[in-house]
Design a protein around this ligand. Structure first.
Ligand code: MLT
Length: 329
């Protein structure tokens, strides 16, 4: 009895000092983790996911296996996460499309407001409006008037309704007052391959995968959607400089199923933070024009706050723009 009480007191003391993990986190993770990417391999979400999976796996002492569950603008992967065991071993990387989806899809098979536990914010960056090399305009000045006049003859690729590339295509159409013919892929990885091959005309993709193709002279960058030019594409103007009001910033976050124990979420958040502190990861982000969130936004609470406000923001702005479940152009 005395020994038991002493042990309890000792544990309480250690917990007070922050030296003992709560029981639920002690055995976690007990097996390899799965990180769901809701788009095809080779796209920007996949690139960021693989970088994180490798780093977080080393921190957590368990392999993090990336699984691409693509389809329906990223909602198929989100649905898979919502139906997964809430033990912290299955995660999802997703971006603002997770917040926009309830405004664009009828039967998601999950409730966006209640299905997910935010683990932490990852990276934020702009989109790049890119064209195939055979397209006549060689710069933004020539591209925007050309696209305005020729939009109905031009194809624009995206990664499904509600994906970043789709929302950027919608914003670009609105900025020009002209509609393109949309072509949906399971991710911008395959969409970018077809842009390089000249099978589609235009793709507005995240800098993460657009920058290497532009630098390799495989596609032409017409504009970036940030408020300032990107250091890695110094000769590409912002869409505003090019005379449009197109501005778009994307962000990724990590999610677990809602009922995941807090101790596991904290451990995952800690492993994510370790990745975001690593200069190698930060340099890799920088080389493709994206950045980690500032440290003040690394908590689970900051992610939950942003996620909530983005759900409302996209509901309002898509409605105002007349983009509904029936009219997604
Ligand atoms: C992808 O990884 O394919 C992209 O994140 C899709 C998108 O939202 O544009």
């Amino acid at each position: 009895m005395i020994a038991k009480t002493t042990r309890r007191l000792a544990l309480a003391g250690l917990l007070a000092l922050g030296l003992a993990a709560p029981a639920a986190a002690q055995g976690f993770p007990a097996k390899p983790l799965t990180l769901i990417v809701p788009f095809a391999a080779g796209g920007p979400s996949d690139v960021i996911a693989r970088l994180l999976a490798d780093h977080m796996g080393r921190t957590l002492g368990q392999q993090v296996v990336v699984e691409n569950i693509a389809g329906a603008g990223g909602t198929a992967g989100a649905k898979r996460l919502a139906a997964s065991d809430a033990d912290g071993h299955t995660l999802l990387i997703h971006h603002l499309a997770l917040a926009a989806a309830p405004s664009l899809y009828n039967n998601l098979g999950y409730d966006t407001q209640t299905a997910f536990a935010p683990v932490g914010l990852v990276n934020t960056g702009p989109m790049v409006v890119a064209g195939k090399l055979a397209l006549p305009p060689v710069d933004a000045k020539a591209f925007f008037p050309f696209a305005k006049l020729q939009a109905d003859k031009l194809t624009i690729a995206h990664a499904g309704i509600g994906s970043n590339a789709h929302l950027c295509a919608v914003l670009l159409s609105q900025a020009l007052g002209a509609k393109f013919t949309q072509v949906a892929y399971r991710g911008t990885g395959p969409a970018m391959n077809d842009l390089v091959a000249g099978q589609v005309d235009v793709l507005c993709d995240q800098s993460t995968t657009a920058v290497p193709q532009v630098q390799g002279d495989k596609v032409r960058a017409y504009a970036v959607t940030s408020s300032e030019r990107l250091g890695v594409l110094p000769n590409t103007p912002t869409a505003r400089e090019a005379g449009t009001d197109l501005e778009m910033t994307i962000w990724h976050g990590l999610y677990a199923p809602k009922a995941t124990p807090a101790a596991a979420l904290d451990k995952l958040n800690g492993a994510l933070k370790a990745a975001l502190k690593d200069p190698v990861v930060l340099e890799r982000f920088k080389s493709v024009g994206t950045s980690a969130f500032p440290e003040s936004e690394w908590s689970r609470e900051a992610h939950a706050k942003r996620f909530g406000s983005e759900i409302s923001k996209w509901a309002t702005s898509l409605k105002a723009a007349g983009v509904t479940q029936q009219n997604v152009n």
